[in-house]
Design a protein around this ligand. Structure first.
Ligand SMILES: Cc1cc2nc3c(=O)[nH]c(=O)nc-3n(C[C@H](O)[C@H](O)[C@H](O)COP(=O)(O)O)c2cc1C
Length: 385
């Protein structure tokens, strides 16, 4: 176990991940669509919101424990679904799920993960986890995937609604992103500088899309797998499909990628259990507002009918507290998780969660609150949000 006591913030983890993870996968994580304006504003808009410092308030006996869709959590933070996580670090999804289980927060596996649903179930002794679903044209494949999720002890399904087509991510296009990387001269030269990563990859057999390889019809090799995947996202996805998925799944349902009050109303009336205010970490519609800017109006409109969560730009416990104050019952972390994983594997994810928890707890105390459920917009300085 490395000594991570001097790793004090998410930026420390990011800088180490940048050195250790091959360029194309680091860039895949640390980038947004087009001008990356929305990606940047997700973080920057948090900085503009100021907190009210309170004094001489009893700070003893603090707790960040609460629930998300009825599940007990050590803090209102879940790990977001991220594709290709097993390329940030060998067996990345299994390590992330184990760290989340030990910390007491939910882990979400992406459809586009490297480790499969079955790998996570086996790697965590069948501890419940969440699964994120992309709706594909091949509906038989979706039906089979949902059955596999049930068999793997998935306790909630996250249906992503904002990726029927892929946003323009310039870095990925320029890097020729694939999993595993193609053995081009440029890639081999870069991999030669990442010995730890290479050793990890040599020690695992999980190197491509685990939920899809061996399950989708007509996919024989890696090149047919990548073209199958690119062609499969269904551009006709509609609210009728949400209803279809809800029936098929029959359990807790979370709708991800809501940025507009009208869509939030539709999400609430769909009978889903939670919605996530999310612009996919600035990776889809560049020019959309930051998630934290979109949150208050959505929470105001539907917050009493459906649990409202958010993601995008959470890099500290302060950000979690601000999101809570503006109406999010919970948040998800994408890059904060990936940087921890890329830097130090499971120990790095644990460190990322510890960092966020510590800052959440301390900031809550300075704002004069002892329980995360007591936090509302009165902790924020008027005029700054
Ligand atoms: C590298 C990467 C891959 C992602 N892959 C997926 C995915 O497969 N499915 C999905 O619903 N969202 C995906 N997302 C979006 C995240 O779930 C989440 O919305 C976003 O990362 C939140 O922003 P943050 O990274 O600033 O925390 C991905 C994000 C990143 C950074």
């Amino acid at each position: 176990m490395p000594d991570l006591s001097k790793i004090t913030n998410i930026e420390d983890l990011r800088a180490i991940a940048e050195r250790r993870v091959p360029r194309m996968f680091y860039d895949y994580a640390d980038s947004g669509a087009w001008t990356e304006g929305t990606y940047r504003s997700n973080e920057e808009d948090f900085q503009k919101i100021k907190l009210r410092q309170r004094v001489a308030v009893n700070m003893e006996g603090r707790s960040t424990r609460t629930t998300m869709i009825g599940e007990e959590v050590a803090m209102p933070v879940a790990i977001a679904p991220t594709g290709l996580t097993g390329m940030q670090h060998a067996d990345g999804e299994i390590l992330g799920a184990r760290a989340a289980k030990a910390f007491g927060v939910p882990f979400t596996l992406s459809t586009m993960s490297i480790c499969s649903l079955e790998d996570i179930a086996e790697g965590t002794d069948r501890h419940p986890f969440w699964f994120q679903l992309y709706v594909m044209r091949d509906r038989e494949f979706i039906e089979a995937l949902i059955e596999r999720a049930k068999a793997a002890n998935v306790s909630a399904l996250q249906l992503t609604l904002d990726l029927q087509i892929l946003g323009q991510r310039h870095k990925d296009i320029k890097n020729g992103l694939t999993a595993p990387p193609k053995p081009t001269l440029k890639n081999l030269m870069n991999l030669a500088t990442k010995p730890r990563w290479c050793m990890g990859m040599l020690g695992t057999k999980r190197r491509t899309f685990g939920n899809i390889a061996g399950h989708a019809k007509g996919v024989k090799d890696l090149s047919s797998l990548s073209s199958w995947t690119a062609e499969q996202f269904d551009p006709t996805l509609s609210w009728a499909d949400v209803e279809w998925i809800k029936k098929l799944w029959g359990g807790k349902l979370i709708l991800k990628g809501i940025m507009d009050v009208e869509d939030a109303r539709l999400a609430a009336s769909s009978g889903a259990d939670a919605l996530i205010v999310s612009n996919h970490g600035g990776r889809q519609l560049d020019g959309a507002p930051s998630s934290i800017a979109a949150l208050p109006a959505i929470a105001e409109a539907v917050g009493t009918e459906i649990e409202v969560w958010m993601d995008g730009g959470i890099r500290s416990g302060q950000d979690v507290l601000k999101a809570r104050a503006l109406g999010a019952r919970g948040v998800l972390i994408g890059r904060s998780f990936l940087y921890g994983l890329g830097a130090f594997g499971e120990a790095g994810v644990t460190r990322a969660l510890q960092i966020i928890h510590k800052e959440l707890d301390i900031t809550m105390a300075f704002c004069g609150r002892t329980h995360v459920d007591e936090v509302d917009s009165s902790i924020l300085l008027p005029g700054t949000f």
